[in-house]
Design a protein around this ligand. Structure first.
Ligand SMILES: [Zn+2]
Length: 68
C-alpha cells in the first residue's frame, strides 16, 4: 500500500505518493488517474484504478528511497 494524496486542481486527477522528493520535476505531478471512480456509501471509501506499472515507475523516479 502506498499513502499519498489525490490532486486535481489543475487538470486530470493525479495520485501523488507521500515521500516525493522536494525538487523533483514531473509533467503531471503524479500518476494520472482514470476519470471513473467509485464510492462506498456505507463507509465513504472512494477508489479508482491506476496502472501498477505507472505507479511504480513514478515512485522510482520521483520519490525518496526508504531508509535501509
Ligand atoms: Zn465501504
Amino acid at each position: 500500500m502506498q499513502e499519498g494524496t489525490i490532486d486535481g486542481n489543475d487538470g486530470s486527477a493525479v495520485f501523488k505518493p507521500d515521500a516525493m522528493r522536494f525538487w523533483t520535476i514531473t509533467w503531471s505531478g503524479g500518476t494520472v488517474l482514470p476519470l471513473k471512480a467509485y464510492a462506498c456509501l456505507s463507509c465513504g471509501l472512494v477508489w479508482t484504478n491506476a496502472s501498477t506499472e505507472k505507479l511504480q515507475d513514478f515512485k522510482n523516479k520521483h520519490c525518496q528511497k526508504p531508509e535501509a
